[in-house]
Ligand binder design. Structure first.
Ligand SMILES: [Zn+2]
Ligand SMILES: [Zn+2]
Length: 439
């Protein structure tokens, strides 16, 4: 209308608009009395926006200062999970060289009974986990599909960050054995503990040592549909995977009649096909196309082919797997998801699979109920703080000796201590702390 006004109304234009409005009103008024076929013909002839408002099921906002009922995004910490509901958050969906826009593999599964499980914790994923505002004490169970860094590279981050963030108990890590002792999860965690020894020892002097411990549950990578976890009516099984070396696995979680599958890196394999049927939700890797691997990843053609099919799953093979397994919903991940890549990958998946599909990106969220599986994106804080859990962290154990010798301590710079003492005088008083030098 504004355009017509600016152009200068003429009697001709006004007459045309009046005629059109009269025609549309006539059609819409008469619609309810028309047979269905006539209605659809009339609808096709009209602008959709002219349909009567009562026909839309969308909630209306009538109060100009009101709030909308659905903003089509997930705001962490604002939605109580239903007792018979599952929520899954993609905290990492990318590749080994994590980038700011996409971390490496990590999927959080939250169950209506309160249990939460992290499946892989790839490089960069902890910042996304943090943005979900979940107390560290609720995030202690981590299942590793294999020991490539893009699947466990942020274990250090949740280990130390959760520790300083108020966790009161040890982390628990479940992961597969390897072809030799030094290739298994137990060995990896022992090595991790050794690599971070300075962090561990200096931290336990200052805060409780218990949250710095890691309990390892290593299981046989060869186990087929073997139970690796069975607590609180949640059963998690593993199946072997085909990926670069002996050891990698995929996981199948069952709870309350729901079946959720988290596929680690793998070429399509018989174990997965046999045991991941009848799933509500399957997360499975889906590699970049060979052309993309050459263009963006600098891979020579033979290696691009090898990455596609020998150690990973191509997009068309991903589709084939999903067409065979027919989950209620399929999720493709493990590719850098951007304008330059997603359409070719999606097209290749669609050559072989027509069912429900998400092309995963970080902070994609799915709510799973009996009735529906809903995909949204989370909108969360870049500057998230830890959220206090139900239990305060215990104090440090006095038995641990100080780790600073006289050599270090005697060189504290006195002028800084003096200004601190001055600055902290009121703070000490307010919080009942002793004067400097007194205990
Ligand atoms: Zn891998
Ligand atoms: Zn990977």
């Amino acid at each position: 209308m504004a355009k017509i006004k600016n152009a200068g109304p003429s009697i001709f234009v006004v007459a045309m608009i009046a005629g059109l409005v009269g025609y549309i009103l006539g059609c819409t008024r008469g619609e309810r009395d028309q047979p269905a076929q006539a209605q659809s013909v009339a609808a096709n002839q009209q602008n959709v926006e002219t349909q009567p408002s009562e026909q839309s099921s969308r909630a209306r906002l009538t109060d100009p200062n009101g709030t909308v009922s659905d903003r089509y995004v997930y705001y962490p910490g604002t939605e109580k999970l239903g007792s018979d509901e599952v929520r899954i958050v993609a905290c990492g969906t990318g590749m080994p060289a994590a980038r700011r826009g996409q971390a490496a593999a990590c999927f959080l599964v939250e169950l209506g009974n309160g249990d939460k499980f992290l499946f892989d914790i790839g490089t960069g994923s902890m910042a996304n986990i943090m943005s979900l505002n979940i107390p560290a004490d609720f995030l202690t169970k981590i299942f590793l599909s294999h020991l490539h860094t893009d699947h466990w590279g942020d274990l250090d981050n949740i280990w130390a960050g959760g520790w300083t963030g108020g966790r009161t108990r040890p982390l628990e890590v479940w992961g597969p054995s390897g072809s030799r002792d030094d290739m298994g999860t137990k060995s990896a965690i022992e090595g991790f503990r050794q690599a971070y020894n300075w962090d561990y020892v200096t931290r336990w002097v200052k805060i409780s040592s218990i949250p710095g411990q890691i309990t390892v549950h290593e299981f046989d990578f060869k186990g087929v549909n073997q139970v690796v976890y069975d607590q609180n009516d949640v059963v998690i099984r593993s199946v072997p995977a085909i990926h670069a070396g002996d050891g990698p696995v995929s996981f199948i979680l069952e709870w309350n009649g729901y079946k959720i599958v988290y596929g680690g890196d793998t070429a399509p394999n018989n174990w997965f096909i046999k045991h991941c049927r009848d799933a509500d939700f399957i997360v499975h890797e889906c590699m970049l196309t060979p052309e993309q691997l050459m263009e963006f990843y600098g891979q020579p053609a033979p290696r691009a082919m090898m990455m596609q099919s020998d150690i990973h799953t191509s997009a068309q093979a991903f589709g084939k797997v999903m067409s065979e397994l027919k989950p209620r919903h399929a999720v493709a991940y493990h590719f850098f998801n951007e304008e330059a890549t997603r359409y070719a990958i999606h097209d290749a998946v669609r050559q072989t699979y027509a069912g429900p599909l998400s092309m995963a990106d970080d902070m994609m969220v799915w709510n799973i109920t009996r009735e529906r599986i809903r995909e949204r994106m989370a909108v969360s804080a870049d500057d998230a703080w830890d959220v206090a859990g139900p239990t305060p962290q215990p104090l440090p154990d006095k038995k641990f000796p100080p780790q600073e010798s006289e050599f270090t301590l005697k060189e504290r710079w006195l002028p800084a201590i003096e200004v601190d003492n001055e600055a902290f005088r009121d703070f000490r008083k307010k919080h009942g702390l002793p004067e400097p030098g007194k205990r």
